[in-house]
Design a protein around this ligand. Structure first.
Ligand code: NAD
Ligand code: LMR
Length: 339
Protein backbone atom coordinates (compact mmCIF):
# COMPACT_ATOMS: atom_id res chain seq x y z
CA UNK A 1 0.00 0.00 0.00
CA UNK A 2 1.45 3.34 -1.00
CA UNK A 3 1.44 6.16 1.49
CA UNK A 4 -0.53 9.29 0.65
CA UNK A 5 2.60 11.27 0.00
CA UNK A 6 4.28 8.73 -2.28
CA UNK A 7 1.15 8.27 -4.35
CA UNK A 8 0.70 12.03 -4.51
CA UNK A 9 4.33 12.52 -5.50
CA UNK A 10 3.92 10.06 -8.35
CA UNK A 11 0.97 12.08 -9.66
CA UNK A 12 2.12 15.69 -9.27
CA UNK A 13 -0.36 17.00 -11.85
CA UNK A 14 -3.20 15.52 -9.83
CA UNK A 15 -1.76 16.84 -6.62
CA UNK A 16 -1.63 20.33 -7.99
CA UNK A 17 -5.23 20.15 -9.10
CA UNK A 18 -6.43 18.32 -6.02
CA UNK A 19 -8.15 20.12 -3.20
CA UNK A 20 -7.39 17.45 -0.61
CA UNK A 21 -6.16 18.93 2.66
CA UNK A 22 -2.77 17.24 2.20
CA UNK A 23 -2.03 19.37 -0.87
CA UNK A 24 -3.27 22.75 0.33
CA UNK A 25 -1.64 24.89 3.05
CA UNK A 26 -3.46 25.66 6.28
CA UNK A 27 -5.18 29.05 5.99
CA UNK A 28 -7.21 30.88 8.59
CA UNK A 29 -9.84 33.33 7.38
CA UNK A 30 -11.68 35.70 9.75
CA UNK A 31 -14.94 37.41 8.83
CA UNK A 32 -15.70 40.54 10.90
CA UNK A 33 -19.42 41.34 10.80
CA UNK A 34 -20.18 37.67 10.18
CA UNK A 35 -23.75 37.76 11.51
CA UNK A 36 -24.85 40.46 9.06
CA UNK A 37 -26.59 40.46 5.71
CA UNK A 38 -23.31 39.95 3.86
CA UNK A 39 -21.52 38.18 6.70
CA UNK A 40 -23.83 35.15 6.86
CA UNK A 41 -23.82 34.13 3.19
CA UNK A 42 -20.12 35.03 3.03
CA UNK A 43 -19.48 32.70 5.98
CA UNK A 44 -21.33 30.00 4.07
CA UNK A 45 -19.32 30.55 0.89
CA UNK A 46 -16.01 30.61 2.78
CA UNK A 47 -17.02 27.35 4.48
CA UNK A 48 -17.40 25.87 0.99
CA UNK A 49 -13.90 27.04 0.00
CA UNK A 50 -11.43 24.15 0.22
CA UNK A 51 -8.50 26.58 0.59
CA UNK A 52 -9.74 27.53 4.08
CA UNK A 53 -8.73 25.37 7.05
CA UNK A 54 -9.98 27.61 9.87
CA UNK A 55 -12.94 29.98 9.66
CA UNK A 56 -13.36 32.55 12.44
CA UNK A 57 -16.74 34.30 12.52
CA UNK A 58 -16.80 37.51 14.56
CA UNK A 59 -19.57 40.01 15.25
CA UNK A 60 -20.87 42.09 18.14
CA UNK A 61 -23.85 39.69 18.37
CA UNK A 62 -25.23 36.55 16.77
CA UNK A 63 -22.09 34.71 15.76
CA UNK A 64 -22.49 31.65 18.01
CA UNK A 65 -25.61 30.75 16.06
CA UNK A 66 -24.09 31.43 12.65
CA UNK A 67 -20.98 29.41 13.57
CA UNK A 68 -23.02 26.46 14.91
CA UNK A 69 -25.10 26.43 11.74
CA UNK A 70 -22.28 26.82 9.19
CA UNK A 71 -20.03 24.54 11.24
CA UNK A 72 -22.24 21.52 10.54
CA UNK A 73 -21.37 21.63 6.85
CA UNK A 74 -19.05 18.74 6.02
CA UNK A 75 -16.23 20.65 4.37
CA UNK A 76 -12.58 21.09 5.33
CA UNK A 77 -12.56 24.12 7.62
CA UNK A 78 -13.05 24.21 11.38
CA UNK A 79 -15.52 26.96 12.24
CA UNK A 80 -15.55 29.04 15.43
CA UNK A 81 -17.83 31.90 16.43
CA UNK A 82 -16.59 34.89 18.43
CA UNK A 83 -18.84 37.53 19.91
CA UNK A 84 -18.05 40.88 21.52
CA UNK A 85 -14.87 42.89 21.68
CA UNK A 86 -13.28 40.68 24.32
CA UNK A 87 -13.21 37.80 21.80
CA UNK A 88 -11.96 39.83 18.84
CA UNK A 89 -8.29 39.08 19.53
CA UNK A 90 -8.91 35.35 19.54
CA UNK A 91 -10.89 35.60 16.32
CA UNK A 92 -8.04 37.43 14.61
CA UNK A 93 -4.99 35.62 15.96
CA UNK A 94 -3.23 33.62 13.23
CA UNK A 95 -5.46 34.89 10.43
CA UNK A 96 -4.08 34.88 6.90
CA UNK A 97 -7.03 36.79 5.46
CA UNK A 98 -9.45 39.10 7.30
CA UNK A 99 -12.66 40.05 5.48
CA UNK A 100 -14.55 43.07 6.85
CA UNK A 101 -18.24 43.44 6.02
CA UNK A 102 -18.99 45.10 9.41
CA UNK A 103 -21.03 48.29 9.50
CA UNK A 104 -24.33 49.82 8.50
CA UNK A 105 -25.75 49.55 4.97
CA UNK A 106 -27.53 52.25 2.95
CA UNK A 107 -31.24 52.97 2.84
CA UNK A 108 -32.95 54.59 -0.18
CA UNK A 109 -31.87 58.20 -0.68
CA UNK A 110 -28.50 57.76 1.01
CA UNK A 111 -25.06 57.87 -0.57
CA UNK A 112 -22.28 55.56 0.60
CA UNK A 113 -20.61 58.61 2.12
CA UNK A 114 -23.67 59.04 4.39
CA UNK A 115 -22.44 55.83 6.13
CA UNK A 116 -19.10 57.43 6.95
CA UNK A 117 -19.96 58.70 10.44
CA UNK A 118 -20.83 55.24 11.77
CA UNK A 119 -18.67 52.96 9.67
CA UNK A 120 -15.43 54.96 9.92
CA UNK A 121 -15.34 54.37 13.67
CA UNK A 122 -16.16 50.66 13.30
CA UNK A 123 -13.41 50.16 10.72
CA UNK A 124 -10.91 52.13 12.78
CA UNK A 125 -11.44 49.98 15.86
CA UNK A 126 -11.40 46.70 13.90
CA UNK A 127 -8.17 47.70 12.12
CA UNK A 128 -6.58 48.66 15.44
CA UNK A 129 -7.25 45.09 16.58
CA UNK A 130 -5.91 43.64 13.30
CA UNK A 131 -2.67 45.61 13.79
CA UNK A 132 -2.38 44.08 17.25
CA UNK A 133 -3.43 40.47 16.67
CA UNK A 134 -2.67 39.61 13.02
CA UNK A 135 -0.49 42.39 11.57
CA UNK A 136 0.57 40.23 8.61
CA UNK A 137 -2.93 39.33 7.45
CA UNK A 138 -4.32 40.29 4.07
CA UNK A 139 -7.27 42.63 4.69
CA UNK A 140 -10.31 42.65 2.40
CA UNK A 141 -12.33 45.80 3.16
CA UNK A 142 -16.00 45.59 2.20
CA UNK A 143 -17.45 48.18 4.64
CA UNK A 144 -18.59 51.39 2.95
CA UNK A 145 -17.61 53.97 1.95
CA UNK A 146 -14.73 51.84 0.59
CA UNK A 147 -13.14 54.97 -0.95
CA UNK A 148 -12.63 56.23 2.63
CA UNK A 149 -12.49 53.07 4.76
CA UNK A 150 -9.40 51.76 2.94
CA UNK A 151 -7.43 54.98 3.61
CA UNK A 152 -8.63 54.82 7.25
CA UNK A 153 -7.27 51.27 7.54
CA UNK A 154 -3.96 52.34 5.99
CA UNK A 155 -3.57 55.21 8.47
CA UNK A 156 -4.44 53.00 11.45
CA UNK A 157 -1.85 50.43 10.33
CA UNK A 158 0.76 53.17 9.71
CA UNK A 159 0.27 54.50 13.23
CA UNK A 160 0.67 50.98 14.63
CA UNK A 161 3.79 50.49 12.52
CA UNK A 162 2.29 47.46 10.75
CA UNK A 163 1.21 48.95 7.41
CA UNK A 164 1.99 46.78 4.42
CA UNK A 165 0.46 48.37 1.33
CA UNK A 166 0.60 45.02 -0.46
CA UNK A 167 -1.90 43.52 1.98
CA UNK A 168 -4.71 46.06 2.06
CA UNK A 169 -7.52 45.70 -0.47
CA UNK A 170 -10.79 47.53 -0.99
CA UNK A 171 -13.22 44.97 -2.37
CA UNK A 172 -14.61 46.28 -5.68
CA UNK A 173 -15.35 42.83 -7.11
CA UNK A 174 -19.11 43.45 -7.04
CA UNK A 175 -18.63 46.22 -9.62
CA UNK A 176 -16.86 43.73 -11.87
CA UNK A 177 -19.52 41.07 -11.25
CA UNK A 178 -22.22 43.58 -12.23
CA UNK A 179 -20.35 44.89 -15.28
CA UNK A 180 -19.93 41.31 -16.52
CA UNK A 181 -23.61 40.48 -16.01
CA UNK A 182 -24.92 43.66 -17.63
CA UNK A 183 -22.48 43.42 -20.57
CA UNK A 184 -23.34 39.78 -21.24
CA UNK A 185 -27.04 40.66 -21.30
CA UNK A 186 -26.60 43.57 -23.72
CA UNK A 187 -23.95 42.00 -25.97
CA UNK A 188 -25.75 38.64 -25.95
CA UNK A 189 -22.56 36.71 -25.19
CA UNK A 190 -22.17 33.86 -22.68
CA UNK A 191 -21.71 35.50 -19.29
CA UNK A 192 -19.13 32.95 -18.14
CA UNK A 193 -16.81 34.07 -20.95
CA UNK A 194 -17.08 37.79 -20.14
CA UNK A 195 -14.35 39.87 -18.60
CA UNK A 196 -14.54 43.61 -17.97
CA UNK A 197 -12.08 45.60 -15.86
CA UNK A 198 -13.65 48.14 -13.50
CA UNK A 199 -11.31 50.82 -12.17
CA UNK A 200 -11.35 54.00 -10.04
CA UNK A 201 -13.21 53.59 -6.77
CA UNK A 202 -16.42 52.18 -5.33
CA UNK A 203 -19.09 54.90 -5.33
CA UNK A 204 -21.16 56.45 -8.14
CA UNK A 205 -19.04 58.07 -10.84
CA UNK A 206 -15.82 56.83 -9.23
CA UNK A 207 -16.82 53.37 -10.50
CA UNK A 208 -15.40 53.29 -14.03
CA UNK A 209 -16.04 50.15 -16.07
CA UNK A 210 -13.77 49.86 -19.11
CA UNK A 211 -16.19 48.33 -21.59
CA UNK A 212 -13.81 49.15 -24.46
CA UNK A 213 -11.64 46.32 -23.06
CA UNK A 214 -14.53 43.91 -22.52
CA UNK A 215 -14.22 40.41 -23.91
CA UNK A 216 -15.75 38.79 -25.88
CA UNK A 217 -15.75 41.84 -28.16
CA UNK A 218 -19.13 43.16 -29.28
CA UNK A 219 -19.96 46.12 -31.44
CA UNK A 220 -22.18 48.00 -29.04
CA UNK A 221 -23.42 51.48 -29.86
CA UNK A 222 -22.12 54.45 -27.84
CA UNK A 223 -25.54 54.85 -26.22
CA UNK A 224 -25.45 51.21 -25.09
CA UNK A 225 -21.99 51.67 -23.55
CA UNK A 226 -23.19 54.79 -21.75
CA UNK A 227 -26.24 52.96 -20.41
CA UNK A 228 -24.11 50.00 -19.29
CA UNK A 229 -21.67 52.35 -17.57
CA UNK A 230 -24.47 54.16 -15.74
CA UNK A 231 -26.12 50.91 -14.70
CA UNK A 232 -22.82 49.59 -13.32
CA UNK A 233 -22.20 52.85 -11.44
CA UNK A 234 -25.74 52.76 -10.02
CA UNK A 235 -25.84 49.00 -9.41
CA UNK A 236 -25.70 49.39 -5.64
CA UNK A 237 -28.49 51.98 -5.68
CA UNK A 238 -30.62 49.69 -7.88
CA UNK A 239 -30.47 47.04 -5.13
CA UNK A 240 -30.95 49.54 -2.28
CA UNK A 241 -34.12 50.85 -3.95
CA UNK A 242 -35.43 47.37 -4.75
CA UNK A 243 -34.91 46.34 -1.10
CA UNK A 244 -36.85 49.48 -0.09
CA UNK A 245 -35.30 50.14 3.31
CA UNK A 246 -34.18 46.58 4.07
CA UNK A 247 -30.50 47.23 3.29
CA UNK A 248 -28.21 46.94 0.30
CA UNK A 249 -26.66 44.13 -1.75
CA UNK A 250 -25.87 41.16 0.47
CA UNK A 251 -26.08 37.98 -1.63
CA UNK A 252 -24.28 39.27 -4.72
CA UNK A 253 -21.77 40.95 -2.38
CA UNK A 254 -21.17 37.73 -0.48
CA UNK A 255 -20.53 36.04 -3.85
CA UNK A 256 -18.16 38.82 -4.91
CA UNK A 257 -16.42 38.86 -1.51
CA UNK A 258 -15.93 35.11 -1.60
CA UNK A 259 -14.54 35.35 -5.12
CA UNK A 260 -12.04 38.01 -4.10
CA UNK A 261 -10.98 36.22 -0.89
CA UNK A 262 -10.47 33.05 -2.95
CA UNK A 263 -8.21 35.00 -5.32
CA UNK A 264 -6.19 36.33 -2.35
CA UNK A 265 -5.83 32.80 -0.95
CA UNK A 266 -4.74 31.47 -4.32
CA UNK A 267 -2.16 34.26 -4.53
CA UNK A 268 -0.87 33.47 -1.02
CA UNK A 269 -0.63 29.81 -2.00
CA UNK A 270 1.54 30.67 -5.00
CA UNK A 271 -0.98 30.04 -7.77
CA UNK A 272 0.36 32.00 -10.78
CA UNK A 273 -1.42 34.69 -12.80
CA UNK A 274 -4.18 35.55 -10.35
CA UNK A 275 -5.52 38.94 -11.44
CA UNK A 276 -8.51 40.80 -9.96
CA UNK A 277 -9.60 44.43 -9.81
CA UNK A 278 -9.23 46.01 -6.38
CA UNK A 279 -8.90 49.42 -4.67
CA UNK A 280 -5.29 49.47 -3.47
CA UNK A 281 -2.42 51.82 -2.75
CA UNK A 282 -1.38 52.93 -6.19
CA UNK A 283 1.25 55.24 -7.58
CA UNK A 284 1.48 54.38 -11.28
CA UNK A 285 -2.01 55.27 -12.44
CA UNK A 286 -3.03 58.70 -11.15
CA UNK A 287 -1.74 61.18 -8.60
CA UNK A 288 -4.14 59.68 -6.04
CA UNK A 289 -2.65 57.43 -3.32
CA UNK A 290 -5.36 54.77 -3.77
CA UNK A 291 -7.03 53.61 -6.96
CA UNK A 292 -8.89 50.52 -8.16
CA UNK A 293 -7.31 48.73 -11.09
CA UNK A 294 -6.32 45.25 -12.15
CA UNK A 295 -3.93 43.83 -9.57
CA UNK A 296 -1.78 40.72 -9.78
CA UNK A 297 -1.99 38.76 -6.53
CA UNK A 298 0.88 36.75 -5.12
CA UNK A 299 2.42 35.22 -2.03
CA UNK A 300 2.81 38.64 -0.39
CA UNK A 301 -0.51 40.12 -1.49
CA UNK A 302 -0.21 42.70 -4.29
CA UNK A 303 2.49 41.49 -6.65
CA UNK A 304 1.85 44.14 -9.28
CA UNK A 305 -0.57 46.99 -9.88
CA UNK A 306 -1.38 46.82 -13.58
CA UNK A 307 -1.72 49.80 -15.93
CA UNK A 308 -5.21 50.78 -17.08
CA UNK A 309 -4.46 49.95 -20.71
CA UNK A 310 -6.03 51.61 -23.76
CA UNK A 311 -9.24 53.52 -23.03
CA UNK A 312 -11.92 55.10 -25.21
CA UNK A 313 -12.40 58.89 -25.14
CA UNK A 314 -15.56 58.35 -23.10
CA UNK A 315 -13.60 56.37 -20.51
CA UNK A 316 -10.76 58.92 -20.46
CA UNK A 317 -13.34 61.60 -19.74
CA UNK A 318 -14.84 59.39 -16.98
CA UNK A 319 -11.39 59.04 -15.45
CA UNK A 320 -10.87 62.78 -15.42
CA UNK A 321 -14.18 63.55 -13.75
CA UNK A 322 -13.93 60.89 -11.05
CA UNK A 323 -10.63 62.15 -9.67
CA UNK A 324 -11.86 65.11 -7.56
CA UNK A 325 -14.58 63.01 -5.86
CA UNK A 326 -12.25 60.09 -5.18
CA UNK A 327 -9.55 62.46 -3.90
CA UNK A 328 -12.00 64.07 -1.44
CA UNK A 329 -13.17 60.66 -0.14
CA UNK A 330 -9.59 59.47 0.35
CA UNK A 331 -8.65 62.68 2.15
CA UNK A 332 -11.73 62.45 4.37
CA UNK A 333 -10.65 58.97 5.49
CA UNK A 334 -7.06 60.03 6.15
CA UNK A 335 -8.21 63.07 8.13
CA UNK A 336 -10.62 61.01 10.24
CA UNK A 337 -7.98 58.42 11.11
CA UNK A 338 -5.55 61.11 12.22
CA UNK A 339 -7.97 63.06 14.40
P1 NAD B 1 -25.76 44.43 8.02
O1 NAD B 1 -26.25 45.53 8.88
O2 NAD B 1 -26.71 43.40 7.54
O3 NAD B 1 -24.56 43.68 8.73
C1 NAD B 1 -23.49 44.36 9.30
C2 NAD B 1 -22.98 43.57 10.47
O4 NAD B 1 -21.89 44.28 11.02
C3 NAD B 1 -24.02 43.36 11.59
O5 NAD B 1 -24.16 41.99 11.88
C4 NAD B 1 -23.45 44.13 12.75
O6 NAD B 1 -23.71 43.54 14.01
C5 NAD B 1 -21.96 44.08 12.41
N1 NAD B 1 -21.17 45.07 13.15
C6 NAD B 1 -21.47 46.33 13.47
N2 NAD B 1 -20.47 46.87 14.20
C7 NAD B 1 -19.52 45.92 14.31
C8 NAD B 1 -18.27 45.87 14.95
N3 NAD B 1 -17.77 46.92 15.62
N4 NAD B 1 -17.57 44.74 14.86
C9 NAD B 1 -18.05 43.67 14.17
N5 NAD B 1 -19.24 43.66 13.58
C10 NAD B 1 -19.96 44.77 13.63
O7 NAD B 1 -25.05 45.13 6.75
P2 NAD B 1 -24.58 44.45 5.39
O8 NAD B 1 -25.67 44.51 4.40
O9 NAD B 1 -23.96 43.15 5.69
O10 NAD B 1 -23.46 45.50 4.90
C11 NAD B 1 -22.27 45.68 5.61
C12 NAD B 1 -21.41 46.75 4.98
O11 NAD B 1 -20.96 46.34 3.69
C13 NAD B 1 -22.10 48.07 4.76
O12 NAD B 1 -21.23 49.13 5.10
C14 NAD B 1 -22.37 48.11 3.26
O13 NAD B 1 -22.48 49.40 2.75
C15 NAD B 1 -21.14 47.40 2.76
N6 NAD B 1 -21.24 46.86 1.40
C16 NAD B 1 -20.14 46.97 0.60
C17 NAD B 1 -20.17 46.46 -0.68
C18 NAD B 1 -18.96 46.57 -1.57
O14 NAD B 1 -19.08 46.35 -2.77
N7 NAD B 1 -17.78 46.83 -1.06
C19 NAD B 1 -21.33 45.83 -1.15
C20 NAD B 1 -22.43 45.72 -0.32
C21 NAD B 1 -22.37 46.25 0.97
C1 LMR C 1 -22.99 48.05 -3.50
O1 LMR C 1 -22.34 48.47 -4.45
O2 LMR C 1 -23.97 47.30 -3.64
C2 LMR C 1 -22.57 48.41 -2.11
O3 LMR C 1 -21.57 49.38 -2.12
C3 LMR C 1 -23.71 48.77 -1.23
C4 LMR C 1 -24.36 50.08 -1.56
O4 LMR C 1 -24.61 50.86 -0.65
O5 LMR C 1 -24.64 50.32 -2.73
Amino acid sequence: IRSRSSSAASRPHLLRRAYGSESVPERKVAVLGAAGGIGQPLALLMKLNPLVSQLALYDIAGTPGVAADVGHINTRSEVAGYVGEEQLGQALEGSDVVIIPAGVPRKPGMTRDDLFNINAGIVKSLCTAIAKYCPNAVVNMISNPVNSTVPIAAEVFKKAGTYNEKKLFGVTTLDVVRAKTFYAGKAKVPVEEVNVPVVGGHAGITILPLFSQAVPKANLADEDIKALTKRTQDGGTEVVEAKAGKGSATLSMAYAGALFADACLKGLNGVPDVVECSFVQSSIITELPFFASKVKLGKNGVEEVLELGPMSDYEKQGLEILIPELKASIEKGIKFANQ
